[in-house]
Write a protein that binds this ligand. Sequence first.
Ligand code: SF4
Ligand code: SF4
Length: 100
Amino acid sequence: MIKYTKPLEQTTWRETEVGGVLTVPGTAREYRTGDWRSQHPVWTKSRCIRCGVCWTVCPEPAIVEEPGGYFDMDPNYCKGCGICARECVTGCISMVPEEE
Ligand code: SF4
Ligand code: SF4
């Protein structure tokens, strides 16, 4: 197993495993994919039935459950892909452009 001696963002391909194999679980949390985002989801909670589908389909650890069972995004990880808005069963998530 590779033991990284510096931050992941400074690690080059020469220091990764052959085939890009991940040997340590949970490393996705080290990638702050939030800075990819050009739009972000906004929830209309009055129409949310708290089914959790949005949380299930999000490809990043970017949707967090709030007290009461509603959901919101974690700006550190939401990359603005819009899958949550597309799959929301009541259509209560809207994608809004990021402001400069
Ligand atoms: S826009 Fe994409 S990354 Fe962001 S919360 Fe929705 S599904 Fe997750
Ligand atoms: S998929 Fe839509 S209705 Fe279901 S919990 Fe998420 S926001 Fe609410």
